[in-house]
Design a protein around this ligand. Structure first.
Ligand code: ZN
Length: 274
């Protein structure tokens, strides 16, 4: 199907969009679930909360990763959605934690899985700036340099190499900082594996889908139920679902319009056709 079919479906209708990692790959943020991605062993919520070493490992890698993460900029896909908000798009529900929809100019965004540029205290629930914490972490851990291991498998590999032990030892020395208000454990304000999306955020997302006449999925393979449930919800309500994604998705059998293509070019063409 073509972008014209998509435009015909959305024209003069109220619609919402659910976005995933695929919309941010053109901003240089890798899609860990996309085709060809290396398998990863993400940190589990329970492990993060209960184990000090896990938090050391997380924040050591996060300190290194955040140095380049902050450099990502919105791409044509993000910008097209800003234009499309004048053509029936009500709200962006995103599974991404990169904040690029807001950086691109979108006003109505639900950050389903949270935001990597924020930190939340597990003690007092205070939300604070990740950039400010980065400065504190850099000051508390001077001279920390290194590659960010992409996966647990890679970690186990590095452990076998002479310099690999140095990486592991460095985590043991890594200084993890507590909440400045209550001394509690700080966690990135993102939903970890093994953690539920906050109920209020889920309810807001269902309300967005209920208010829309069509749901568009852009750049998600709908691997996790946290996104797929909104597609099923829309389909159960008899609403058309359109999917733009490179490669198959778990929602394909529910889609009225299915376009196997990238989001940058497709959403830009859509904005020109509505
Ligand atoms: Zn606190």
């Amino acid at each position: 199907m073509s972008v014209h079919d998509l435009a015909r479906l959305l024209r003069r209708r109220r619609w919402a969009v659910l976005t995933g990692a695929g919309i941010s790959t053109d901003s240089g943020i890798p899609d860990y679930r996309g085709a060809g991605a290396r398998p990863t062993s993400p940190i589990q919520y329970d492990d993060f909360v209960s184990t000090a070493q896990t938090r050391q490992r997380y924040w050591a890698r996060s300190l290194l990763g955040f140095r380049s993460f902050g450099a990502a900029r919105p791409n044509p896909g993000h910008r097209a959605l800003v234009t499309l908000s004048d053509h029936g798009l009500t709200t962006v529900i995103t599974q991404n934690v990169d904040g690029l929809h807001q950086a691109g100019g979108s006003r109505s965004v639900v950050d389903l899985h949270g935001r990597i540029d924020r930190v939340i205290c597990l003690g007092c629930a205070a939300v604070s700036s990740r950039a400010a914490l980065q400065q504190r972490l850099e000051a508390a851990n001077p001279g920390l340099e290194g590659e960010v291991p992409a996966s647990r498998a890679e970690l186990d590999d590095t452990r076998l190499r002479p310099d690999g032990d140095a990486v592991v030892d460095r985590w043991g020395d890594f200084v993890v900082l507590p909440c400045q208000r209550c001394g509690g454990v700080l966690k990135p304000d993102v939903v970890f594996f093994g953690e539920s999306v906050p109920a209020a955020r889920v309810a807001t997302s269902y309300a967005v889908v209920d208010d829309a006449e069509v749901l568009l999925v852009a750049g998600s393979s709908l691997t996790v139920m946290s996104g797929l449930r909104f597609v099923r919800h829309a389909a159960r309500a008899g609403k058309p679902v359109a999917i733009v994604n490179r490669g198959p998705t778990r929602g394909d059998d529910l889609a009225t319009v299915r376009i196997d293509a990238g989001t940058s070019e497709t959403l830009t063409a859509l904005a020109a056709n509505l």
